[in-house]
Design a protein around this ligand. Sequence first.
Ligand SMILES: [Fe+2]
Length: 293
Amino acid sequence: MEIIQNGIRLHSDLNHFFDEVRINSGTIHHSQQEKSKVNYLDWSFVPQYEENAYVVKRDWRKLTDKEIKALTASSNRNYYNTIYVGAISEELKQIFDDLKFKECQRPEDVKECMKRDHDLTLKLSNTMQKYLTNFANGKPFHFHFIGANLPNIDMVAADTYTLPEGFQEEDKKCMGIHNDGAELRTVHQTYKSGNRFTINLGNETRYFLYVNLSLTQAFNMLKKKLGVSVEQVDLYNISKLFFKYFPDYPVIKIPQKPYQYYIAPTDHCFHDGSTYGMTTLDTLMIYFGKFQY
Ligand SMILES: [Fe+2]
């Protein structure tokens, strides 16, 4: 097993945060591991994966003291070198409760929650704006997404832009562990993209999975391994190449409980979300910014 390098670290003010963080022995091509199955309401299917998708192995274990040290953020934290995990304010929790997000059963129910009570939705928007200003570091931020994933999917991210309108959940193709935002930048500029503030609005713990290397670090590892052919590495193929050549590099699994948030630079590191083991809808709200604290 490979030892984790110093890279993208973790910062949290939650008690005993590292006790529940897990690490594994790396990744595997999706065809080589039995997939979790969705059995929920009237859905019953095995999620499809993109041809070159890599998924996380399931041999999770606790972190060693040395690994905790390598992952603990220093005081030089910023929006691209650190992932932050915490709980949202009581005020926000109350508004989400009032909007009844936890009663959503299907992905399409989530948008209904936002439409039901105009005043409450406005209150949410204003309260979020005020709350996120504390994390924004004086930089602009904006709402990105509200929606949901079905329970018990190993790796939830799927590119839905290429699917026809009216696509079904079972039509999605999971991309496996990946980096976001490939259309925007080159490998060495991804740190500029900012990060996402993701809130769990569901009833159960979901998981954020990530590799603690920046894309620049991943690129340099590939460069060392591949030599001159590294010129072919771009933001579209870097994840496939990395997991092909470094299948033993560990993945970190962070539990995100109901009403907890994580902040992560998802253009700048390999990551995914997981609803593995869940039995209820995985509802999320996402903002983009350059959050840090
Ligand atoms: Fe992503």
